[in-house]
Write a protein that binds this ligand. Structure first.
Ligand code: HDE
Length: 717
């Protein structure tokens, strides 16, 4: 029995089902795939000890053959992923809006598996790429699997699925030289984007710090499209799905992201894994925006347009449940890699809208699983199995697992007693929402989709000063990598429709002029009436929205924050343990960093065992630093061998706007660091002169970063 599933809190119908397919090698003998015990796994069968290997060696052949075939194609997008098991708990009933059972009964718990991902990079690429993050949730409901295949941004680049292959080809490494990996900062991406004004709103999100999250646990999740809820009476509401992290929405700086990619390219994967292993379970509030069907047209944008969000000021997000991740997978490939999501996996009470992007997705996901997992039986892979048993007349195919008894595999039948029967609606039988549709068969975009700039403006207007600055810098970084001046210029021309001063700031750094684009929307069909379709002068109905700025996020907890304690021989044992206890009491994690991995002598009885050395880690792997008290330890840290490394730690943390606490006796280090040059009170720098350093430190860490002082911290250093 697997240890993890012994925990009764985490046992549910899905874990029980997975347990039937799990195995452990503990205390077992090595066997072949046929169950034959192997006596020698060191040498192949040979004709004489120096002779050639024999074809007869079935053990060698089996092992090598399996190895030769152990790779499957990676996902064409979202290849790099991290997953976890968890539970969705309903805290408020949605029964008035949907007949979906898992959303009806307060307190109901539904097992889930969530897979987070970056989009553009390959499976082995860095976690800290500037990119959208996938946030795909499989709810194992009693009515069948429901997949909410979401992202950490509420809008998308394109309005119609037919443009998806173009978008992905543009962002992926260029076809001739396969450069660059996991990066949008290159010619083809910006060439495409500058010709696609519908992507401008998403570009604002992508260039914002949302694209470089501090943790997968500190990101929002959005269903993007409008979906539909249908209740028992058949009443329809449009619905937008939200997941709001209880730890708040936080990001790293771009400079940090680049450093993390070098120091620990698995930073997000490790962070999620370690948080769950330590019992610090990530949690999100599940919220919905509900719009009665009759209000569909009351907005100044089209609810079917996936490049638009519904401002929370216009329709508030109501919280109905909690998503908790509480168990790491037992096997990455079997679970995180083989899980197969599909927005078309729905259950009674939930239906699609006519969003043309969503409609295209409904085709793509099963299709891609066929090529990735290799068989129409991918639903039988344990992680993909529904907890509701499957009964139908689908049969055969590669790797079929289920042994369906009986003679008939068709319907209607009399030989099988007519089984399996169709279910009536009252028995949970799914019916699509009845909707009147009419119209000529046309290959066209709705005129209501044409305003591409006003919500881009709304997003930009809503950013705090540091966030807006980061966004500008991101554009400058990305577009500076574009080698074709015309593309840079065209992109700046697009930005001018969003915000003139943003365009000017970017243009200056790119060495181009802000020019009015002759034809802003070159993506339109050749015979479109461009004048009629352009909407560049439109102002957003909502001028700014608090929910769009990370400045207004949760900042009252240090839970699961990682604090680096820099120690050396002679460190004040009592001060270290006091600080550590207080931080851990509030849920933070403390890790010791010393000049080497050898135990560190303290002024007290106990030695401390460092987890890291100054060489094996970097300040970018921590949220805050405590330069631990002790004159003697400070002396050792100032040895010529240690000093540059310690100062680099401090200066980097300072540059990245983190909280730093200097203990008693560390003044010499403080004086040598860039921190000493500060001219103003900086709430995130705590020293031996402060009265309640522990409280101040904890409060500063909870603020995440002092982004407001970034300019000041950086111009001094
Ligand atoms: Fe996806 N997308 N997508 N997508 N998507 C895939 O499916 C696709 C879109 C999203 O962790 C693929 O199994 C099309 C929007 C996530 O396994 C593929 C279009 C949103 C994941 C695919 C979109 C997403 C995928 C690749 C435009 C946010 C990772 C592998 C019409 C709401 C799921 C796979 C996981 C994965 C197609 C647009 C989210 C090829 C055609 C919008 C989170 O089927």
């Amino acid at each position: 029995m697997n240890m993890k599933t012994n925990d009764t809190n985490k046992t549910n119908r899905k874990t029980e089902q997975l347990e039937q397919h799990s195995t452990s090698n503990e205390n077992e003998k090595l066997t072949t795939d046929q169950g034959l015990k192997i006596n020698n796994n060191q040498d192949s069968l040979k004709a004489g000890e120096r002779g050639p290997s024999l074809l007869e060696d079935f053990i060698l052949r089996e092992k090598i053959t399996h190895f030769d075939h152990e790779r499957i194609p990676e996902r064409v997008v979202h290849a790099r992923g991290s997953g976890a098991h968890g539970v969705f708990t309903l805290t408020k009933s949605l029964a008035a809006y949907t007949k979906a059972k898992f959303l009806g009964e307060i307190g109901k718990e539904t097992p889930v598996f969530v897979r987070f991902s970056t989009v553009a990079g390959s499976k082995g690429s860095t976690d800290l790429a500037r990119d959208v993050r996938g946030f795909a949730i499989k709810f194992y409901t009693e009515e069948g699997n429901y997949d909410l295949v979401a992202n950490n941004m509420p809008v998308f680049f394109i309005q119609d699925a037919i443009k998806f292959p173009d978008l992905v080809h543009a962002v992926k490494p260029e076809p001739d030289n396969e450069i660059p990996q996991a990066a949008s900062a290159h010619d083809t991406f910006w060439d495409f984007i500058s010709l696609m004004p519908e992507s401008m709103h998403m570009i604002m999100w992508l260039m914002s710090d949302r694209a470089i999250p501090r943790s997968l646990r500190m990101m929002e999740g959005f269903g993007v499209h409008s979906f539909k809820f249908i209740n028992e009476e058949g009443k329809v509401h449009f619905v937008k799905f939200h997941f709001k992290p209880k730890l708040g929405v936080h990001s790293v700086s771009w400079d940090e992201a680049q450093r993390i990619s070098g120091v620990d390219s698995d930073f997000h994967k490790r962070d999620l894994w370690e948080a769950i292993e330590s019992g610090s379970y990530p949690e999100w509030d599940f919220g919905v925006q509900l719009i009665p069907e009759e209000d569909e047209h009351k907005f100044d944008f089209d609810l079917l347009d996936p490049t638009k969000l519904v401002p929370e000021e216009e329709v508030p997000v109501e919280i109905f449940g909690t998503l908790t991740l509480n168990r790491n997978p037992d096997n990455f490939f079997a679970e995180t890699e083989q899980i197969a999501f599909h927005p078309g996996h729905i259950i009674p009470g939930i239906d699609f809208s006519n969003d043309p992007l969503l409609q295209g997705r409904l085709f793509s996901y099963t299709d891609t699983q066929l090529s990735r997992l290799g068989s129409p039986n991918f639903h039988e892979i344990p992680i993909n199995r529904s907890i509701n048993t499957v009964h139908n007349n689908q049969r055969d195919g590669h790797m079929r697992q289920q042994i369906v008894k009986g003679k008939s595999s068709y319907e209607p039948n009399s030989i099988g007693g007519g089984c399996p029967f169709q279910a009536m609606m009252s028995e949970g039988g799914f019916t699509s929402q009845e909707e009147r549709v009419s119209g000529a068969k046309v290959r066209e975009r709705s005129k209501s989709f044409v305003d591409h700039y006003s919500q881009a403006k709304l997003f930009y207007n809503s950013q705090s000063e540091p966030e807006a600055k980061h966004l500008q810098n991101a554009l400058i970084f990305e577009l500076s990598k574009v080698t074709i001046p015309e593309v840079r210029e065209r992109m700046v021309g697009q930005l001018a429709y969003i915000d003139r001063s943003l365009a000017e700031k970017v243009a200056k750094k790119l060495g181009v002029q802000v020019k009015k684009l002759e034809q802003p929307n070159q993506s339109l069909p050749a015979d479109s009436n461009i004048e009629e379709l352009q909407s560049e002068e439109r102002e957003p109905h909502t001028k700014s929205s608090e929910a769009l700025s990370m400045k207004n996020t949760v900042k009252n907890t240090v839970k699961s924050r990682k604090i680096g304690f820099i120690i050396a021989n002679g460190v004040e044992g009592a001060a270290v343990s006091d600080f550590k206890t207080k931080l851990e009491r509030d849920g933070a994690t403390v890790e010791m960093i010393a000049p080497s991995l050898a135990p560190v002598k303290t002024t007290g009885e106990e030695n401390l065992t460092p987890k890291h050395s100054l060489t094996s880690t970097a300040s970018v792997c921590f949220d805050a630093l405590f330069i631990c008290s002790g004159e003697n330890s400070a002396k050792e840290l100032m040895d010529p061998e240690n000093k540059p490394k310690v100062l680099n730690f401090i200066n980097e943390a300072y540059k990245h706007c983190k909280a730093i606490c200097f203990g008693e006796g560390t003044e010499p280090l403080y004086q040598l660091s860039n921190v000493a040059a500060r001219q103003h009170k900086d709430p995130a720098i705590i020293t031996w002169e402060d009265n309640t350093p522990d409280e101040l430190f904890i409060n500063a860490i909870a603020q995440h970063r002092v982004w407001d002082l970034e300019m000041e911290r950086n111009t001094q250093s």
